[in-house]
Design a protein. Structure first.
Lengths: 598, 639
């Protein structure tokens, strides 16, 4: 692409051939006002506000800079007398067309226009017929749900045959692009479609905020790059858009990318698949998902985060600050009906939220606990501090959360009904916000992962370690290690320690360079084996595998995994499997030796 | 009909057609253009056919339904050959006599045209002053051609220009010839045609398109209609020659849907040309392929703008595109496209067969050849006139047009349609060509010429054109969509007596902005009617604003009808004819118009007997109060 050099307002500007005067000016920091221009859309040249005066030799012309190409040797004046005069009258005309539109009022103010000499037909009209809504819907969204209808002064923006026939031409996908690109707020989505826009809820923000189809999952994501959600991306829905690809200065976006299946041969696998938060909506009496202001611990975490959806302000769903907050321990944990185990981290994070609720919202805090498990470094001291800050601790299991008020004080609040075992009676505590300390539970796909890696799960759903006390990071399957909450609920310091332990174990395997195997392991006589697979089925260590070898199905033993337990030898119907050092002959020889007469 | 495979075969066919025609055989040519159609030419034709069956059952007399002859004031026109006897205002009842006269080579006196200046009857069509002062190079063939017959066209030498171009000239030579002839676009812009062809030829991209613009939208203009209705083949031939020069193999003819006869005749003509091997593949065996498609308009004036027309051909809404990208480089589907007006294409065969020099010998320095104008309005001989460039306005209006009817005074002539301007009396001797008219503040436009007399209000005229443009604006750009509407509002106010002093300045300011910033020529030239009327008839504006007076007595809100009690003879004619029952009075009571009920229809003025002449129009002054009842009694004395 060759370059052109032109002069804009006395300044020398270079630009790539094919750029418009407007784009070249903007790159050079010269602002030209526009109303119907958007860099994601093809130039329209409708509003004429961006008119500039161009000079070639002695001749001059007035052209719209958003469309006119930057030519070599062109001299441009964006503020000549003619331009200013014309622009002012155009603004006056727009002011008559849409007197309440803020964008026009701002322009008028900038050019010193106080009122318009022209007649206004509809003083409430906001539409200036810039066409950006129609163009974004056609060029980018690709459904053309709205477009211009009518000619001249009758021109308007509508859906096909809107209001004139009884057929529903509603192809709108309620993406809201038209409403968001409209410079004057004239477009109301409810005028175009009965469909309601469904925001894409951000997984990281616990559904408290929305995200775009292309997004960086969270600020410290590794790798810190964007990912494209194919199910929501407009390009994959309609074939159009691709704005992200055009805007990306690094040409990093590739719509043709497909999932790749890569096979890697490894000697060690570390499983660190984490946990899921228990969904309290299965406990209907706690009101989760029924009441707006009953939230889980992770949701409170996002509210209190300065980079979160509310910029660190603790807010109720209607935007107010809560005057009182209740924290409910052991939701789904220490509970016969759900999980019997203790989730270990909730007592401490509940204290943290109690402290934050006081600090950020100045709220009264009521903490409903069974025990306060403050076992770690500085934990007990923090508990004492919260108590001194005025957090109210109520020992008792919460029975229910309700909005049915009995007294005036309870009206408009959420009432936490609980037993207070120290007082020996039921209490009703009206609060604005209820935070449920939801249990940590095994991931929903833990079963699939376990099967894949032939590791086992405990009764509580988490992965089984080799020895609960003496080998907590290894699994019975050699070479597969587990770390973090996938093994059991634990807090951050413990998780980090365990991760280092797992890494150490894996490294020790790798650094040895060799693996010492059991000597007495299975071996298969391939001439006898006919690949029935019973050995593969019975082995708990996944050592035998049946595969095609030179056209024949035979089993083969992964010597690194085999423990020499002999189960496969027992079930083998043909006797193809035998244990080394325990062959028939060797056993018989031992028996012979034992029974030999002295 | 086997396809013609060579230039020689075309000639042979021509000779064959001519040999079958007996030049002495009587032929009745009846004008069947849309104008005469409105006069009832269909019925006249049916009557003639019936009479022919009766009186000339063996086919001794031919009948030819031709295209428009141009003298639309005098429809239905019937011309009897070989003596070229021209009959005007023919009715079905005259059919028998016409056929009789054709067979007997006699003349029907009462049906002849009477020259109003001499009072004498004129026998031959070419002697009629309307025709005599014209130079009908393009239009003249209409009289000889039945547009539904390609044979008629061929018999007159049709397609010989195409044959010459294909076999005796290279595309570059054809281009040079058109350039040297100095042909300029007849659609309004007056752009040098040869230059446009060259740009299209040089532009990168295939395929290249050639397009005929028959969207003729100017109110009062119907030249292109008459050409495409009456002689569609000359347009097709010109288009094919242009395609050859440019290197295009595909052409479009964009016809407005409001011209059904033109659509029909073009479809027939294209079919016939294809049948004869004059269109389609391997034309006349030359190896040159060219096919033509017809595209019908959807009812928008703006679609006549070249970039809007191309957008419409693409199937989209006809909206103009930014003009910095020339359509001759990026037109239909972003391919090089050469668009020219119907009349421009119709001039091309003439240039090729007659030569550039011969063509350039007609016209002025800057504008060569002839131009067809539609002469309408307050003029005696309304119709289509074809004159060489450089003829004066006076000659057109008076010599050909026959002057202003009713002995009224000439006021102005409006040229160029809604993009043009009004030219006052002092410039009547200006020579009509592209540059002269532009110098006067107007433009040639497509050729509309509206004559105005003292009874035309110039402010109302400006308002009329703005009303038209407000309706036809596509609405894309702010200055045109909003600006024209506001100008129209101001002018409507002025015509209604609500004008204020600042209005004229505001109109002038808006005009500048529209000129500078409009996206296309519709908005860009919209101020012209306002600006020219302001320039030459500012006093009328000021009368409307300052005195609330309409000097031409046209603007209804500023005009009152008043019965002069001194002249009223209480004959009750106006009273009975008033549709609003606004006149009170009796057999001996002087009539009075109730201004509250009066709808300004003008019936009273029209029906008051000429010898009384009691009804007058008043403007700019209060209506005198009616006489007291006893004073209204009419005493009839001896007259």
């Amino acid at each position: 692409m060759s370059e052109v050099t032109l002069e804009i307002d006395g300044k020398k500007v270079t630009a790539e051939e094919g750029t418009t005067i407007l784009e070249a000016a903007r790159c050079a920091g010269i602002e030209i006002p526009t109303l119907c221009y958007h860099r994601a859309l093809s130039p329209y040249g409708g509003c004429r506000i961006c008119t500039v005066e161009i000079f070639r030799g002695r001749r001059s012309r007035l052209v719209t800079s958003c469309v006119y190409p930057a030519e070599d040797g062109l001299v441009v004046n964006t503020k000549s007398d003619n331009v200013i005069r014309d622009r002012k009258v155009l603004i006056e005309l727009m002011l008559a067309k849409a007197p309440k539109a803020k964008a026009i009022q701002d322009l008028a103010r900038e050019y010193g226009i106080k009122e318009t000499r022209f007649k206004t037909e509809d003083p409430d009209n906001l539409c200036i017929l810039c066409g950006m809504c129609a163009r974004v819907c056609e060029e980018r969204v690709g459904v053309s749900a709205i477009n211009f209808v009518g000619r001249g002064v009758e021109r308007d923006v509508k859906t096909p045959y809107q209001g004139t026939v009884d057929i529903d031409f509603d192809v709108c996908i309620a993406c809201g692009s038209c409403a968001s690109i409209c410079p004057t707020g004239a477009i109301k989505l409810e005028d175009i479609t009965a469909k309601k826009p469904a925001p894409i809820l951000s997984e990281f923000e616990m559904g408290l905020d929305s995200r775009a189809p292309i997004y960086i999952p969270f600020p410290q994501a590794i790798p810190n790059v964007a990912t494209l959600d194919r199910s929501q991306c407009v390009h994959f829905a309609t074939g159009k858009c691709r704005i992200c690809e055009e805007i990306c200065g690094a040409d990093a976006i590739n719509f043709e990318q497909e999932d790749e299946v890569i096979e890697i041969e490894v000697g060690t696998i570390i499983v660190a698949t984490g946990y899921d938060q228990f969904d309290p909506s299965v406990i209907p009496q706690y009101g989760y998902r029924r009441y707006d202001n009953v939230i889980t611990g992770l949701e409170f975490e996002r509210l209190s985060c300065a980079a979160g959806p509310t910029e660190g302000k603790i807010l109720l769903k209607d935007g107010r600050q809560p005057e009182s907050v209740a924290l409910v321990h052991c939701v789904g944990s220490r509970d016969q009906n759900y999980h019997e185990y203790c989730s270990r981290v909730c007592c401490m994070y509940a204290l943290k939220y109690a402290h934050l609720a006081k600090e950020l919202a100045g709220a009264d805090v009521y903490q409903f606990y069974i025990d306060m498990r403050c076992f770690g470094e500085g934990y007990e001291e923090f508990y004492k501090r919260c108590s001194e800050e005025g957090v109210n601790f109520i020992r008792g299991k919460v029975a229910k959360v309700t909005d049915e008020a009995i007294t005036d004080e309870e009206k408009g609040k959420l009432i936490v009904v609980s037993e207070d075992t120290l007082l020996g009676k039921m209490v009703r505590v009206p609060v604005d916000m209820v935070v449920l300390c939801s249990a940590l539970e095994a991931r929903s796909d833990a079963e699939d992962v376990a099967k894949l890696l032939t590791i086992n799960r405990r009764a509580d759903g988490f992965f089984l370690e080799r020895h609960v006390k003496l080998d907590p990071v290894a699994t019975p399957t050699d070479g597969v290690f587990i770390a973090g909450c996938c093994e059991a609920p634990r807090d951050i310091p413990d998780t980090v320690a365990q991760a280092e332990a797992t890494a150490g174990k894996a490294l020790s395997l790798i650094s040895k360079g060799t693996v010492t195997l059991e000597a007495a392991i299975s071996t298969i006589d391939e001439s006898i084996c006919h690949g029935c697979g019973r050995c593969e089925e019975i082995c708990t260590f996944s050592a035998p595998k049946v595969a095609d070898k030179d056209g024949k199905l035979v089993s083969s033993i992964n010597e690194a995994l085999c423990k020499g337990c002999g189960s496969c030898a027992v079930v083998c119907p043909t006797g193809a499997v035998s244990i080394r050092h325990f062959t028939q002959d060797e056993i018989l020889a031992q028996v012979s030796a034992l029974t030999e007469a002295k | 009909m086997p396809r013609l495979k060579s230039s020689a075969e075309l000639e042979k066919l021509r000779q064959k057609i001519l040999s079958k025609r007996d030049p002495d055989r009587p032929t009745i040519a009846i004008c069947s253009g849309t104008g005469c159609h409105a006069y009832g030419s269909e019925k006249v034709n049916a009557a003639l056919e019936k009479e022919l069956k009766k009186q000339a059952p063996k086919g001794e007399v031919d009948i030819r339904r031709t295209g428009c002859h141009g003298f639309c004031e005098k429809g239905t026109l019937v011309v009897v050959y070989p003596d070229e006897i021209c009959y005007v205002n023919v009715k079905p009842e005259d059919a028998a006599e016409v056929v009789r006269s054709a067979i007997d080579h006699k003349i029907i006196d009462r049906l002849l045209y009477v020259d109003p200046t001499t009072g004498k009857k004129v026998t031959h069509q070419s002697d009629i002053p309307f025709y005599k002062h014209q130079n009908q190079l393009i239009f003249g063939n209409n009289r000889q051609i039945d547009p539904k017959s390609i044979d008629d066209y061929i018999s007159l030498g049709g397609y010989s220009a195409l044959s010459k171009a294909l076999f005796q000239m290279s595309p570059e030579e054809v281009m040079e010839e058109v350039k040297r002839a100095g042909l300029r676009g007849r659609g309004g812009g007056g752009f040098p045609t040869g230059r446009k062809w060259q740009t299209t030829r040089d532009a990168a991209g295939e395929p290249k398109y050639v397009i005929v613009n028959c969207d003729e939208g100017d109110p009062g203009a119907y030249m292109d209609r008459s050409i495409t209705e009456g002689n569609p083949h000359c347009v097709i031939e010109g288009l094919a020659i242009g395609a050859y020069a440019i290197g295009s193999h595909e052409g479009f003819i964009y016809v407005r849907q409001e011209y059904p006869l033109a659509v029909d005749n073009l479809i027939i003509a294209i079919e016939q040309a294809e049948e004869h091997g004059l269109l389609g593949e391997n034309i006349l065996g030359s190896g040159f392929d060219f096919k033509v498609k017809l595209h019908r308009g959807a009812g928008a004036f703006v679609s006549g703008e070249s970039s809007a027309l191309m957008t419409a051909i693409e199937g989209k809404v006809g909206e103009p595109r930014p003009k910095y990208i020339h359509t001759s480089e990026k037109g239909v589907w972003d391919r090089p496209s050469c668009l020219n007006n119907v009349e421009t294409w119709a001039n091309v065969p003439l240039i090729i067969s007659g030569g550039a020099m011969s063509y350039a010998s007609i016209g002025t320095e800057g504008s060569k050849g002839t131009k067809i104008f539609s002469l309408v309005g307050k003029v005696n001989n309304t119709g289509l006139v074809e004159v060489p460039m450089g003829v004066t306005l006076r000659d057109i209006v008076y010599k050909i047009g026959g002057g202003i009817p009713g002995g009224k005074k000439f006021k102005a002539v409006q040229t160029g349609g809604p993009s043009g301007g009004c030219i006052p009396e002092q410039f009547l001797d200006s020579r009509v060509d592209f540059d002269e008219l532009a110098r006067l503040g107007s433009m040639m436009g497509s050729g509309g010429m509206i004559v105005m007399d003292e009874g035309t209000c110039m402010v109302d005229t400006a308002r009329y054109f703005l009303e038209f443009l407000a309706d036809e604006s596509c609405g894309k750009c702010t200055p045109c969509r909003e600006g024209i509407k506001q100008m129209l509002d101001i002018l409507t106010d002025i015509c209604a007596g609500r004008g204020i002093e600042a209005d004229i300045e505001l109109l002038e300011e808006l005009s500048e902005v529209l000129r500078d910033t409009s996206l296309c020529a519709l908005g860009g030239t919209a101020p012209n009617p306002v600006l020219t009327t302001l320039q030459y008839f500012r006093d009328e504006y000021e009368a409307h604003i300052k005195e609330k007076r309409c000097p031409a007595y046209v603007c209804k809100d500023l005009v009152a009808y008043y019965i002069d009690p001194a002249k009223c003879k209480a004959c009750m004619i106006c009273l009975r004819n008033c549709p609003a029952d606004a006149i009170s009075g009796g057999k001996d009571t002087i009539h009075v118009v109730d201004q509250g009920k009066c709808t300004k229809c003008g019936n009273c003025l029209d029906t008051c007997p000429a010898r009384f002449n009691a009804v007058v129009k008043i403007s700019g002054e209060p209506v005198p109060p009616p006489l007291a009842d006893d004073e209204r009694v009419l005493v009839r004395g001896k007259e």
